[in-house]
Design a protein around this ligand. Structure first.
Ligand code: PLP
Length: 358
């Protein structure tokens, strides 16, 4: 199937675009185009189009509005030093999208079509790349049950879409470390649940804990395992790493309840190359507190596409607060972040072939 390209008749005027690009924020400054591809049982994927971005109209009985059969991806396009646009490990997003689809009883999208969709959108909207610190074009591929039907079963119709937005730094003033809140009551994911799928429902379930974190003056919430409320899992949308004074770097294993982050996987590779001993092992909240107190834990950070790498300085819970290291961004954390960002932007060698020019 061919992706039909229909350039927008009324793109944003250059002045309006320049205004948005000067201060893009995150998830608010959208580009001129979007991709839509339809699926129907029996017909398969059809009507693949890249066209003017705009509202879509949905019947009130559209299945996704009732049973949340929806998945998404998050990825960034960067401008390389020579002016070319590039994606970072997009095949990994395409593969994960289909793993999420399988878990949510949705049809898989051919990876080539996923890649063509994101590449064509970046290509046509490349002038939406903001020349600000940490700037990127943030891509949001997603798919939802579009069948008009209230019965409870996997839908027979779906819509795949990609939208794009100009993005600055995810956390404004990201140089400093964040403060995270330990949710001892709410769970994000349980064994057998959807924790490893990138679905909107996981986020819906995490929002109340995020509000609790905000209420306690924290930036993000960290979830513990659902069974014992003991093992540290991840933040609402970022994976966690812990670095110790003997050069050990650990992250919780992704055994079904944790999202397999592409940033997480890239950091594991870069850290090993740096000579750190990396292990994917369970880590308890009590050990975390003890290791921070003894000084054995020297650095901690969260990572994900949107924010890349975020140092964690303080951890708060109903039992009090503890500080990691001096409470600021750690040195190795900063070095790993810089190395990853430099590879993504074509400022450092890319021995793993992670950067895909468009
Ligand atoms: C998307 C996401 C991440 C980060 O994944 P990346 O591929 O690194 O962007 C981590 N945790 C959750 C729950 C996520 O949804």
């Amino acid at each position: 199937m061919k992706l039909i390209i229909e350039p927008a008749a009324n793109p944003a005027p250059a002045g309006r675009r320049a205004e948005l690009l000067a201060n893009p924020g995150f998830g608010t400054s959208f580009t001129d185009h979007m991709v839509t591809i339809k699926y129907r049982e029996g017909t398969g994927w059809h009507d693949a189009r890249l066209h003017a971005r705009g509202p879509i109209s949905l019947d009130p009985a559209t299945a996704v509005l009732h049973y949340a059969q929806e998945i998404f991806e998050g990825m960034k396009a960067y401008k390389l030093a020579d002016g070319a646009m590039a994606l970072f490990r997009p095949e990994a997003n395409a593969a994960r999208f289909n793993r999420s689809a399988r878990r949510m009883a949705m049809p898989e999208l051919p990876e080539a079509l996923f890649l063509e969709s994101v590449s064509a959108l970046v290509d046509i909207d490349r002038h939406w790349f903001p020349d600000v610190d940490g700037g990127s074009i943030y891509l949001r591929p997603f798919m939802f049950a579009s069948e008009v039907f209230l019965g409870v079963r996997p839908a027979k119709e779906y819509l795949f879409m990609v939208i794009a937005s100009s993005a600055g730094d995810y956390f404004k003033g990201a140089a400093s470390a964040i403060n995270i809140w330990v949710s001892d009551h709410y769970s994000r994911a349980a064994p057998g649940g959807t924790g490893a799928a990138k679905c909107g429902g996981n986020y819906a379930a995490s929002l109340i804990a995020q509000s609790e974190a905000t209420m306690h003056g924290c930036d993000q919430v960290v979830f513990l395992d659902a069974a014992e409320h003991k093992w540290v899992e991840e933040l609402g949308g970022m994976n966690l790493f812990f670095l110790f004074s003997d050069g050990r770097l650990i992250t919780p294993p992704t055994s079904g309840t944790i999202l397999e982050g592409i940033t997480r996987d890239s950091i594991i590779t870069l850290a090993r190359e740096r000579g750190l001993t990396v292990a994917e092992v369970p880590y308890s909240i009590d050990q975390w507190r003890d290791d921070a107190a003894s000084g054995y834990l020297t650095e901690c950070f969260a990572c994900g596409t949107a924010a890349v790498v975020m140092p964690v300085g303080k951890v708060s819970s109903k039992d009090g607060v503890f500080t990691i290291g001096a409470g600021g961004p750690g040195q190795i954390t900063g070095a790993l972040r810089d190395q990853l960002v430099h590879i993504q932007r074509g400022l450092a060698p890319d021995p793993h072939g992670w950067v895909r020019r468009i």
